[in-house]
Design a protein around this ligand. Structure first.
Ligand code: G1P
Length: 283
């Protein structure tokens, strides 16, 4: 098995974050901190662990905080150095960011995940690219996107991360119909946010994808689906007539930080794994 490359990863970050108002009035939801580190940094680190060399943010005009966050801040670095706090420089601009290219493309109207991904079309030069939805935080020894990339190396096909959802959760996700092939699932179909009666299984797609760039031509032809939006799920289903798509149940702890419950759980989980906070969590 030759190791595949995953050089480009797309981060759709143009959402309004209305579930987290008022804080998201001026702070993108992806910048919400899990103690001291924003969600987007966990996600970018995960992409870099999978081999990403270019991070492409699909953003809106209100999200300049993300652009600022991943830029070098020479003034702050000088001030830290002058006040004998040089050790903090590594935290604000870690070495692993130095060779990463950050690109930004605007999504001018919110029109679904498929529409957001389509905005990155002209920047994708590789045959396959990753997608990370940063409000799904996955904590695991081997990063979740790297786990997907290992499956992609075996199959040379698109791969979706899935988890086993409860019946009541299915209406919030893309849900797959798949056949088990060894330790991998091969998709037969996928449906966006089904009712419990329509759901073909309990395997739901969360925020990690590796897709063939042929998805862009399909997205351009994809008609508005659920809620009148261009759904990535619909394009993936159309792609099945020509290409194989696989799914994989990842190993790790997943927190849906798009919900307040998931966000609080993520903070408690991280705190309980950090020495300074363990006692506080116990109390
Ligand atoms: C989107 C996708 C859905 C996927 C989900 C994962 O929905 O459309 O298929 O399961 O992300 O978080 P959204 O959460 O944007 O409504």
């Amino acid at each position: 098995m030759s190791e595949a490359q995953l050089k480009q990863v797309v981060f759709p970050v143009a959402g309004l974050g209305s579930r987290f108002l008022p804080v998201t009035k001026s702070i993108p939801k992806e910048m919400l901190p899990i103690i001291d580190k924003p969600l987007i940094q966990f996600a970018v680190e995960e992409a870099i662990q999978a081999g990403a060399e270019e991070i492409i943010f699909v953003t809106s005009h209100t999200k300049t905080a993300i652009e600022d966050y991943f830029s070098k801040n020479s003034e702050l670095e000088t001030r830290l150095r002058d006040s004998n706090k040089s050790e903090l420089i590594q935290t604000i601009y870690p070495d692993y960011l130095k060779n990463i290219k950050f690109s930004f493309v605007r999504q001018n109207e919110p029109n679904g995940l498929g529409h957001a991904i389509l905005q990155a079309k002209n920047l994708i030069t590789e045959d396959f690219f990753g997608i990370v939805l940063a409000d799904d935080l996955i904590l695991s020894d081997v990063g979740c996107l790297k786990q997907l990339k290992d499956i992609h190396s075996k199959t040379n096909s698109s791969v979706l991360g899935v988890f086993s959802a409860s019946d009541s959760e299915l209406k919030n996700y893309g849900v797959i119909d798949a056949t088990q092939e060894n330790d991998i699932l091969k998709l037969n179909s996928i449906i966006e946010k089904p009712s419990i009666n329509e759901a073909p299984s309990n395997l739901a797609v969360f925020g990690r994808y590796i897709l063939s760039k042929s998805i862009f031509n399909i997205l351009e032809e994809t008609k508005p689906g659920l809620n009148g939006e261009i759904q990535l799920t619909d394009a993936i289903r159309s792609s099945l007539s020509n290409d194989s798509v696989f799914a994989f149940e990842f190993q790790g702890r997943r927190f849906d930080c798009g919900s307040k419950e998931g966000y609080v759980s993520a903070i408690v989980d991280r705190a309980s794994h950090l020495e300074n906070f363990r006692e506080i969590v116990k109390k």
